[in-house]
Design a protein around this ligand. Structure first.
Ligand code: NAP
Length: 301
């Protein structure tokens, strides 16, 4: 099977990008969209983020064979309830949320009669809202599909095809494993960035203007991550608590070891660790997951 009509609920960065990508990459597939915010719907109409933008969530999903919830993780339950009256019994319900176990539970509770197949495109930027989306966002990026046990194989295959059609590389895994992997690759890095940027701005011995002036020393690369949407990230930490706490404990152990190495002047330990991490950066670049140019390709005069 393949999908003919896709409804997108939530027309910000990810929802808008899906709409634009379907238009550019999947000819013959139509889209309808809804966002809870009337100003976002207005902007979505202007940018043509979907073929039709509806003022009602249930109307937007009418006739859709795939519905993708692209709202903050904490809004998934409300969005699912709002679409229920318009849903076709055969529709596949998916989402793009950054944590998976809690979303699966929320959607299964709200829509017990429907096929739920969650997914997470590991692609994004620090921008949000209806102006942030672009059609190539998913090109060469991973999308992790997390089907629950017993989900129909043909519907899983159709969702995988859909994401591949948008240019993504797809992997399937169970929701618990997803949450652990993303805790270490995304959630903890965001927590560290939010914390270090907060710490720097609270320092009394270094003025705020110095922090900004000398940010090219490394700080500014944290500020990109720390500029990410506060609602989205609050919801990620509220919803992936167990995996984040587990990975945070490992991180704090390693940080304490590093503090000891610095205190003891253990240059060998530091050099070994920094060499290992440099190799990880090189493999990310080799896999096409980041810009190989120095300083992320920023222009230097
Ligand atoms: P976004 O740009 O803020 O877009 C979300 C949109 O959903 C907003 O316009 C929001 O309106 C709307 N909304 C909130 N509650 C709603 C509801 N009940 N019904 C309909 N619309 C509703 O956020 P985003 O970055 O696209 O993130 C959306 C989802 O993608 C999140 O679950 C996030 O975890 C996931 N994700 C994000 C990234 C990333 O890098 N940003 C990457 C991968 C996955 P208001 O602003 O008025 O609330």
């Amino acid at each position: 099977m393949s999908f003919a009509r896709v409804a997108i609920i939530g027309l910000g960065l990810i929802g808008g990008s899906i709409g634009l990508a379907v238009r550019d990459e999947l000819s013959g597939v139509t889209t309808s969209g809804f966002d809870a915010d009337p100003a976002v719907r207005e902007r979505a109409r202007e940018r043509k983020l979907a073929d039709e933008i509806h003022d009602d969530a249930a109307e937007a999903v009418t006739g859709a064979d795939l519905v993708i919830l692209c709202v903050p993780v904490g809004a998934m339950g409300a969005a699912a309830k709002a679409i229920l009256p318009g849903l076709s019994p055969d529709a596949v319900i998916s989402d793009v949320g950054s944590s998976k176990r809690s979303i699966l539970q929320t959607l299964q509770a709200a829509l017990p009669e429907h096929t739920i197949i969650p997914a997470h495109p590991v692609a994004g930027t620090e921008h949000s809202g209806p102006d942030a989306g672009f059609s190539t966002l998913f090109h060469q990026r991973w999308c992790i599909v997390t089907p629950p046990e017993g989900a129909p194989e043909d519907k899983i295959a159709a969702l995988v095809d859909f994401w591949e059609g948008l240019g993504a590389m797809v992997e399937t895994m169970d929701p618990e494993h997803h949450d652990k992997v993303l805790a270490v690759t995304s959630h903890i890095p965001h927590l560290i960035a939010y914390t270090i940027v907060g710490t720097a701005s609270d320092l009394e011995t270094v003025t705020r203007s110095e922090v900004i002036k000398y940010s090219a020393g490394g700080f500014r690369d944290f500020t990109r991550i720390a500029a990410s949407d506060p609602t989205m990230w609050r919801d990620v930490f509220l919803n992936n608590k167990d995996a984040v706490l587990e990975m945070l404990d490992s991180f704090l152990t390693d940080l304490a070891l590093m503090r000891e190495a610095i205190r003891a002047g253990d240059g060998e330990m530091m050099h070994d660790t920094f060499s290992r991490t440099r190799a990880i950066r090189r493999s990310i670049v080799a896999l096409g997951q980041d810009d190989p140019r120095p300083d992320f390709g920023r222009e230097h005069e």
